[in-house]
Design a binder for this molecule. Structure first.
Ligand SMILES: NC(=[NH2+])NCCC[C@H](N)C(=O)O
Ligand SMILES: [Mn+2]
Ligand SMILES: [Mn+2]
Length: 312
């Protein structure tokens, strides 16, 4: 059972289409807090952090809305840091995926101070490893991984206690199926572990996740960055940058269940839920279902639920 804090960040300054600023509300309406409480967790909703309004400007230097993205990320980083310092498990309710810069910068600093080994599982249709030179869009939600690895504007690369905030061996990406040409090169050069859709198809979700989680031990802090466009758009229609050919409902749940089984989840981002594009809040409800699995909801009793586990 965890002490969970929900942190809303109602913005889409980093995205192409407006609408994921409504994500925190949609996730609350889909009963995220009560779902987590029903699993025995202590849940505190700290409300939404504050930030600037969402402009719609053309890119400057290859970045759209850099001052606003920076301000929102500062707010998120500070809020996540406060909850981690209190021993709580922060859940960021986005908002677009640029906010992972702030949340993971706080998590990385916390892990260094606490002597924990950080492993980030980046579950997404996209690699989000663009720079201002290779971005096709100027949207900063396509750049958080690059910024965390130290490639980006100083405002965004310098959010943790050191630059870069993380190293490539600390992040594993799962579910990719839309990678821009510059990103392909960057991924290959950085040596980042990528479990793309072809890998999941050929090897299977279970064996892929076994590899992703192979290094997890008692000292590991797992951070899951969950971009809802990871799931196939037939199941998750409410996202701004959908890509066909994603995991099914059940495959997405298996990813969550296998992370839950490690017992090492320490922080979470839920991002890119775009209510304006959603169908009767289905994508927010899917997100809540997935998060329940991530926190141990299961069809049958789990061995860890039993006072006297059966032997053999
Ligand atoms: N977090 C996301 N949904 N990212 C989508 C990025 C799409 C594209 N690769 C871009 O950089 O513009
Ligand atoms: Mn994505
Ligand atoms: Mn993303």
């Amino acid at each position: 059972m965890a002490q969970i804090s929900l942190i809303g960040a109602p913005t889409d300054v980093g995205a192409s289409l407006a609408g994921c600023r409504l994500g925190p509300g949609a996730l609350r309406v889909a009963r995220l807090a009560s779902g987590l409480r029903a699993l025995g967790n202590d849940v505190r909703d700290i409300g939404d952090v504050a930030g600037p309004p969402n402009p719609r400007r053309e890119p400057v230097d290859g970045y759209k809305h850099l001052p606003e993205v920076t301000a929102w990320n500062h707010a998120v980083r500070d809020a996540v840091a406060v909850e981690l310092a209190e021993g709580r498990l922060p859940i960021l309710l986005g908002g677009d995926h640029s906010l992972a810069i702030g949340s993971i910068s706080a998590v990385a600093a916390h892990c260094r101070a606490a002597g924990k080994k950080l492993l980030i599982i980046w579950v997404d249709a996209h690699a989000d490893i663009n720079t201002n030179e290779m971005t096709p869009s100027g949207n900063i939600h396509g750049m958080p991984v690059a910024c965390l690895l130290g490639h980006g504007p100083a405002e965004l690369t310098g959010m943790s206690d050191q630059v870069p905030a993380i190293t490539a061996d600390q992040i594993h990406q799962v579910g990719l199926r839309s990678v821009d040409p510059g990103e392909k090169r960057f991924l290959a050069e950085s040596g980042l572990a990528v479990y793309d859709m072809r890998f999941l198809d050929e090897v299977g979700t279970r064996r892929a996740m076994t590899r992703v989680l192979a290094s997890v031990d008692a000292a590991t802090h797992l951070h899951l960055s969950l971009d809802l466009d990871f799931v196939d758009p037939s199941v998750a229609p409410g996202v701004g940058t959908p890509v066909v050919g994603g995991p099914t409902y059940r495959e997405a749940h298996l990813v969550m269940e296998m992370i839950a089984d490690t017992g090492r989840l320490g922080s979470l981002d839920i991002v890119e839920v775009n209510t304006a594009l959603d169908v009767r809040n289905a994508t927010a409800e899917l997100a809540v279902d997935l998060v329940e699995s991530l926190f141990g909801k299961s069809t049958l009793l789990r061995v860890t639920d039993l006072a006297n586990p059966p032997r053999g």
